[in-house]
Design a protein around this ligand. Structure first.
Ligand SMILES: Nc1ncnc2c1ncn2[C@@H]1O[C@H](COP(=O)(O)OP(=O)(O)OP(=O)(O)O)[C@@H](O)[C@H]1O
Length: 309
Protein backbone atom coordinates (compact mmCIF):
# COMPACT_ATOMS: atom_id res chain seq x y z
CA UNK A 1 0.00 0.00 0.00
CA UNK A 2 2.85 2.37 0.93
CA UNK A 3 6.30 1.77 -0.48
CA UNK A 4 9.27 4.00 0.21
CA UNK A 5 12.27 3.37 -2.03
CA UNK A 6 15.77 4.74 -1.46
CA UNK A 7 14.65 7.98 0.17
CA UNK A 8 17.48 10.48 0.76
CA UNK A 9 17.17 14.01 2.16
CA UNK A 10 19.62 16.72 3.22
CA UNK A 11 19.29 20.29 4.54
CA UNK A 12 20.69 22.99 2.28
CA UNK A 13 21.20 25.42 5.17
CA UNK A 14 23.73 23.18 6.88
CA UNK A 15 27.41 23.97 6.36
CA UNK A 16 28.28 20.44 5.25
CA UNK A 17 26.08 18.40 2.96
CA UNK A 18 25.11 15.60 5.26
CA UNK A 19 22.09 13.50 4.48
CA UNK A 20 19.66 13.29 7.40
CA UNK A 21 17.80 10.45 5.66
CA UNK A 22 20.06 8.11 3.70
CA UNK A 23 18.75 5.62 1.21
CA UNK A 24 15.84 4.49 3.38
CA UNK A 25 13.44 1.86 1.98
CA UNK A 26 10.47 0.12 3.57
CA UNK A 27 6.89 -0.89 2.89
CA UNK A 28 3.62 -0.86 4.80
CA UNK A 29 1.06 -3.44 3.72
CA UNK A 30 -2.64 -2.57 3.66
CA UNK A 31 -4.04 -2.88 7.18
CA UNK A 32 -0.60 -3.28 8.73
CA UNK A 33 1.06 -1.23 11.49
CA UNK A 34 4.74 -0.43 10.96
CA UNK A 35 6.74 1.18 13.74
CA UNK A 36 9.76 3.39 13.05
CA UNK A 37 12.00 3.51 16.06
CA UNK A 38 15.32 5.21 16.75
CA UNK A 39 17.00 7.76 18.97
CA UNK A 40 16.41 11.50 18.64
CA UNK A 41 17.72 12.88 15.33
CA UNK A 42 17.71 9.53 13.53
CA UNK A 43 15.47 10.84 10.72
CA UNK A 44 12.08 9.37 11.72
CA UNK A 45 10.11 12.62 11.52
CA UNK A 46 11.81 13.74 8.30
CA UNK A 47 10.80 10.44 6.70
CA UNK A 48 7.21 10.79 7.91
CA UNK A 49 6.87 14.44 6.87
CA UNK A 50 8.16 13.63 3.38
CA UNK A 51 5.55 10.90 2.98
CA UNK A 52 2.86 13.37 4.06
CA UNK A 53 4.16 15.94 1.54
CA UNK A 54 5.23 18.31 4.31
CA UNK A 55 8.94 18.59 3.60
CA UNK A 56 10.47 21.25 5.87
CA UNK A 57 11.92 24.52 4.60
CA UNK A 58 15.52 24.04 3.35
CA UNK A 59 15.07 20.27 3.20
CA UNK A 60 16.15 18.91 -0.18
CA UNK A 61 15.11 15.60 -1.62
CA UNK A 62 18.16 13.88 -3.07
CA UNK A 63 16.33 10.89 -4.44
CA UNK A 64 13.77 8.19 -3.91
CA UNK A 65 10.21 7.26 -4.61
CA UNK A 66 7.17 7.09 -2.35
CA UNK A 67 4.38 4.94 -3.72
CA UNK A 68 0.88 5.15 -2.28
CA UNK A 69 -0.70 2.28 -4.17
CA UNK A 70 0.13 3.16 -7.80
CA UNK A 71 0.88 6.86 -7.27
CA UNK A 72 4.40 8.14 -6.81
CA UNK A 73 3.75 10.95 -4.31
CA UNK A 74 7.04 12.65 -5.11
CA UNK A 75 5.93 13.37 -8.67
CA UNK A 76 2.69 15.12 -7.63
CA UNK A 77 2.16 18.88 -7.79
CA UNK A 78 1.36 20.76 -4.58
CA UNK A 79 -2.29 20.91 -5.55
CA UNK A 80 -2.44 17.17 -6.24
CA UNK A 81 -0.68 16.46 -2.95
CA UNK A 82 -3.25 18.58 -1.08
CA UNK A 83 -5.93 16.22 -2.34
CA UNK A 84 -4.04 13.33 -0.71
CA UNK A 85 -3.28 15.08 2.63
CA UNK A 86 -6.01 14.53 5.17
CA UNK A 87 -7.91 12.48 2.65
CA UNK A 88 -5.73 9.46 1.80
CA UNK A 89 -3.09 10.18 4.43
CA UNK A 90 -3.96 11.43 7.93
CA UNK A 91 -1.38 12.62 10.42
CA UNK A 92 -1.26 13.04 14.19
CA UNK A 93 1.56 14.57 16.20
CA UNK A 94 3.10 14.40 19.66
CA UNK A 95 1.53 17.53 21.14
CA UNK A 96 -2.08 17.99 20.01
CA UNK A 97 -2.24 21.46 21.59
CA UNK A 98 0.17 22.78 18.95
CA UNK A 99 -1.72 21.06 16.13
CA UNK A 100 -5.17 22.20 17.30
CA UNK A 101 -6.26 25.79 16.83
CA UNK A 102 -6.87 27.21 20.35
CA UNK A 103 -9.45 29.71 19.09
CA UNK A 104 -11.60 27.25 17.18
CA UNK A 105 -14.29 24.96 18.56
CA UNK A 106 -13.53 21.22 18.52
CA UNK A 107 -16.33 20.31 16.12
CA UNK A 108 -15.20 22.81 13.48
CA UNK A 109 -11.63 21.48 13.68
CA UNK A 110 -12.79 17.91 13.14
CA UNK A 111 -14.87 19.10 10.18
CA UNK A 112 -11.97 20.91 8.52
CA UNK A 113 -10.79 17.99 6.39
CA UNK A 114 -14.37 17.50 5.19
CA UNK A 115 -14.50 21.13 4.03
CA UNK A 116 -11.23 20.71 2.14
CA UNK A 117 -12.02 17.41 0.51
CA UNK A 118 -15.77 17.26 0.54
CA UNK A 119 -15.44 13.51 0.36
CA UNK A 120 -16.27 11.89 3.68
CA UNK A 121 -15.72 8.38 4.83
CA UNK A 122 -13.70 7.27 1.81
CA UNK A 123 -14.99 4.34 -0.13
CA UNK A 124 -17.98 3.30 2.01
CA UNK A 125 -18.97 6.86 2.92
CA UNK A 126 -19.43 8.00 -0.65
CA UNK A 127 -22.70 6.13 -0.61
CA UNK A 128 -23.86 7.79 2.60
CA UNK A 129 -23.74 11.50 1.93
CA UNK A 130 -24.79 14.19 -0.48
CA UNK A 131 -21.20 14.45 -1.64
CA UNK A 132 -21.54 10.86 -2.75
CA UNK A 133 -24.06 11.80 -5.33
CA UNK A 134 -21.78 14.56 -6.61
CA UNK A 135 -23.50 17.22 -4.51
CA UNK A 136 -21.63 19.45 -2.10
CA UNK A 137 -21.87 18.23 1.46
CA UNK A 138 -24.28 20.20 3.62
CA UNK A 139 -23.41 21.78 6.97
CA UNK A 140 -25.67 19.27 8.72
CA UNK A 141 -23.93 16.35 6.99
CA UNK A 142 -20.53 17.65 8.03
CA UNK A 143 -21.70 18.05 11.62
CA UNK A 144 -23.13 14.55 11.64
CA UNK A 145 -19.84 13.06 10.38
CA UNK A 146 -17.79 15.06 12.89
CA UNK A 147 -20.01 13.84 15.75
CA UNK A 148 -19.63 10.30 14.51
CA UNK A 149 -15.84 10.68 14.37
CA UNK A 150 -15.78 11.98 17.97
CA UNK A 151 -17.87 9.01 19.02
CA UNK A 152 -15.54 6.61 17.19
CA UNK A 153 -12.56 7.81 19.20
CA UNK A 154 -14.56 7.00 22.33
CA UNK A 155 -15.14 10.55 23.56
CA UNK A 156 -18.23 10.95 25.68
CA UNK A 157 -20.98 13.49 24.92
CA UNK A 158 -19.82 14.38 21.40
CA UNK A 159 -22.62 16.95 21.12
CA UNK A 160 -21.27 18.89 24.10
CA UNK A 161 -17.65 18.41 23.05
CA UNK A 162 -18.41 19.74 19.58
CA UNK A 163 -18.87 23.24 21.06
CA UNK A 164 -15.84 23.18 23.37
CA UNK A 165 -12.37 24.71 22.87
CA UNK A 166 -9.10 22.71 23.11
CA UNK A 167 -8.09 24.30 26.46
CA UNK A 168 -11.20 22.76 28.07
CA UNK A 169 -9.93 19.23 27.34
CA UNK A 170 -7.26 17.02 28.92
CA UNK A 171 -4.15 15.97 26.94
CA UNK A 172 -5.59 12.51 26.24
CA UNK A 173 -8.92 13.98 25.06
CA UNK A 174 -7.09 16.41 22.77
CA UNK A 175 -5.13 13.55 21.24
CA UNK A 176 -8.43 11.71 20.63
CA UNK A 177 -9.79 14.85 18.93
CA UNK A 178 -6.68 14.89 16.70
CA UNK A 179 -7.31 11.25 15.81
CA UNK A 180 -10.96 12.04 15.03
CA UNK A 181 -9.87 14.93 12.77
CA UNK A 182 -7.30 12.73 11.05
CA UNK A 183 -9.82 9.91 10.59
CA UNK A 184 -12.85 11.88 9.45
CA UNK A 185 -12.05 11.34 5.76
CA UNK A 186 -11.16 7.70 6.34
CA UNK A 187 -7.52 7.82 5.18
CA UNK A 188 -5.82 4.66 3.95
CA UNK A 189 -2.78 5.55 6.01
CA UNK A 190 -2.45 7.23 9.38
CA UNK A 191 0.98 8.62 10.25
CA UNK A 192 1.32 8.93 14.01
CA UNK A 193 4.49 10.78 15.07
CA UNK A 194 5.15 10.12 18.76
CA UNK A 195 1.41 10.47 19.54
CA UNK A 196 1.70 9.19 23.11
CA UNK A 197 5.03 10.62 24.22
CA UNK A 198 3.51 13.63 25.99
CA UNK A 199 0.90 11.55 27.84
CA UNK A 200 0.97 9.72 31.15
CA UNK A 201 1.31 5.93 31.08
CA UNK A 202 -2.42 5.18 31.51
CA UNK A 203 -3.55 7.62 28.82
CA UNK A 204 -0.74 6.35 26.59
CA UNK A 205 -2.07 2.84 26.88
CA UNK A 206 -5.66 3.84 26.12
CA UNK A 207 -4.58 5.79 22.99
CA UNK A 208 -2.56 2.78 21.77
CA UNK A 209 -5.62 0.57 22.30
CA UNK A 210 -7.75 3.02 20.36
CA UNK A 211 -5.30 3.06 17.42
CA UNK A 212 -5.30 -0.71 17.36
CA UNK A 213 -9.11 -0.81 17.39
CA UNK A 214 -9.37 1.69 14.52
CA UNK A 215 -6.76 -0.24 12.56
CA UNK A 216 -8.73 -3.47 12.98
CA UNK A 217 -12.13 -1.92 12.33
CA UNK A 218 -11.25 0.00 9.18
CA UNK A 219 -8.15 -1.86 7.96
CA UNK A 220 -6.37 1.49 8.06
CA UNK A 221 -2.59 1.16 7.84
CA UNK A 222 -0.56 3.00 10.45
CA UNK A 223 3.00 4.30 10.35
CA UNK A 224 3.82 4.73 14.02
CA UNK A 225 6.89 6.71 15.02
CA UNK A 226 8.44 6.42 18.44
CA UNK A 227 11.73 6.40 20.25
CA UNK A 228 10.25 3.83 22.60
CA UNK A 229 10.72 0.24 21.48
CA UNK A 230 8.40 -1.03 24.21
CA UNK A 231 5.50 1.06 22.87
CA UNK A 232 6.27 -0.03 19.30
CA UNK A 233 6.27 -3.66 20.37
CA UNK A 234 2.83 -3.22 21.99
CA UNK A 235 1.19 -1.85 18.85
CA UNK A 236 3.11 -2.76 15.70
CA UNK A 237 3.48 -5.94 13.72
CA UNK A 238 6.64 -4.77 11.92
CA UNK A 239 9.40 -2.40 12.90
CA UNK A 240 12.07 -0.36 11.13
CA UNK A 241 15.00 0.63 13.32
CA UNK A 242 16.78 3.85 12.25
CA UNK A 243 20.04 5.47 13.31
CA UNK A 244 21.76 8.52 11.83
CA UNK A 245 19.29 8.62 8.94
CA UNK A 246 19.89 5.02 7.94
CA UNK A 247 18.04 1.74 8.31
CA UNK A 248 19.64 -0.44 10.93
CA UNK A 249 17.24 -3.34 10.55
CA UNK A 250 13.66 -4.05 9.58
CA UNK A 251 11.37 -6.98 10.18
CA UNK A 252 8.71 -8.67 12.26
CA UNK A 253 8.47 -6.84 15.59
CA UNK A 254 8.51 -9.92 17.78
CA UNK A 255 11.41 -11.50 15.88
CA UNK A 256 13.50 -8.34 16.14
CA UNK A 257 12.68 -8.06 19.83
CA UNK A 258 13.63 -11.67 20.49
CA UNK A 259 16.56 -11.87 18.15
CA UNK A 260 17.98 -8.43 17.28
CA UNK A 261 20.62 -8.57 14.57
CA UNK A 262 22.41 -5.30 15.28
CA UNK A 263 24.24 -4.03 18.32
CA UNK A 264 22.23 -0.78 18.15
CA UNK A 265 18.88 -2.60 18.41
CA UNK A 266 20.25 -4.63 21.32
CA UNK A 267 21.14 -1.34 23.03
CA UNK A 268 17.63 0.04 22.42
CA UNK A 269 16.11 -3.09 23.93
CA UNK A 270 18.45 -2.95 26.90
CA UNK A 271 17.43 0.69 27.46
CA UNK A 272 13.77 -0.23 28.01
CA UNK A 273 13.24 0.48 31.70
CA UNK A 274 12.55 -2.45 33.94
CA UNK A 275 8.91 -2.76 34.91
CA UNK A 276 7.87 0.33 36.75
CA UNK A 277 5.70 0.49 39.84
CA UNK A 278 2.85 1.79 37.73
CA UNK A 279 3.17 -1.09 35.22
CA UNK A 280 2.82 -3.56 38.04
CA UNK A 281 -0.43 -1.92 39.16
CA UNK A 282 -1.71 -2.14 35.59
CA UNK A 283 -0.94 -5.83 35.44
CA UNK A 284 -2.73 -6.42 38.74
CA UNK A 285 -5.81 -4.45 37.64
CA UNK A 286 -5.91 -6.19 34.28
CA UNK A 287 -5.66 -9.62 35.91
CA UNK A 288 -8.45 -8.79 38.38
CA UNK A 289 -10.65 -7.31 35.67
CA UNK A 290 -10.25 -10.44 33.52
CA UNK A 291 -11.04 -12.71 36.46
CA UNK A 292 -14.02 -10.53 37.46
CA UNK A 293 -12.51 -9.97 40.92
CA UNK A 294 -13.41 -6.83 42.90
CA UNK A 295 -10.91 -3.97 43.18
CA UNK A 296 -9.56 -2.65 46.44
CA UNK A 297 -8.40 0.91 47.08
CA UNK A 298 -4.79 -0.22 47.39
CA UNK A 299 -4.93 -1.71 43.86
CA UNK A 300 -4.64 1.77 42.44
CA UNK A 301 -1.05 2.87 42.27
CA UNK A 302 -2.06 6.24 40.90
CA UNK A 303 -5.05 8.11 39.55
CA UNK A 304 -4.06 7.30 35.97
CA UNK A 305 -4.55 3.57 36.68
CA UNK A 306 -8.28 4.24 37.01
CA UNK A 307 -8.58 4.75 33.25
CA UNK A 308 -8.34 0.98 32.92
CA UNK A 309 -11.74 0.51 34.48
N1 LIG B 1 14.80 22.55 9.96
C1 LIG B 1 15.93 21.83 10.06
N2 LIG B 1 17.12 22.36 9.66
C2 LIG B 1 18.27 21.64 9.74
N3 LIG B 1 18.32 20.36 10.20
C3 LIG B 1 17.17 19.79 10.62
C4 LIG B 1 15.92 20.50 10.58
N4 LIG B 1 14.94 19.66 11.03
C5 LIG B 1 15.57 18.50 11.36
N5 LIG B 1 16.88 18.57 11.11
C6 LIG B 1 17.87 17.52 11.34
O1 LIG B 1 17.47 16.34 10.65
C7 LIG B 1 17.88 15.20 11.38
C8 LIG B 1 16.70 14.25 11.50
O2 LIG B 1 15.70 14.91 12.28
P1 LIG B 1 14.30 14.22 12.63
O3 LIG B 1 13.43 15.27 13.21
O4 LIG B 1 13.79 13.47 11.45
O5 LIG B 1 14.77 13.18 13.74
P2 LIG B 1 13.85 12.24 14.65
O6 LIG B 1 14.42 10.87 14.55
O7 LIG B 1 12.41 12.39 14.29
O8 LIG B 1 14.12 12.84 16.09
P3 LIG B 1 13.10 13.11 17.32
O9 LIG B 1 12.78 11.77 17.89
O10 LIG B 1 13.89 13.96 18.25
O11 LIG B 1 11.90 13.82 16.77
C9 LIG B 1 18.41 15.67 12.72
O12 LIG B 1 19.84 15.64 12.64
C10 LIG B 1 17.94 17.10 12.80
O13 LIG B 1 18.87 17.90 13.49
Amino acid sequence: MLKVENLSIHFEDRSEKEEVVKNVSFAVEAGDILGIVGESGSGKTMTALTIAGLLKKHAVLDGGRIWLDDTDLLTLSEKEMRRIQGNEIGMIFQEPMTALNPTMRIGKQVEEALLLHDRPWGREGRKESGAAAGKKMTKAERRQLALRALEEVELENPGELYRKYPYELSGGMRQRVMIAAAMVCRPKLLIADEPTTALDVGTQESILNLLKKLNRKYGMSILFISHNLRVVNTLCSRVLVMKDGQTVEEGDCREIFENPQSEYTRELIAAIPARTRENRYYDLLRRKKKAGEPFAGKDFGSQSCKCLL
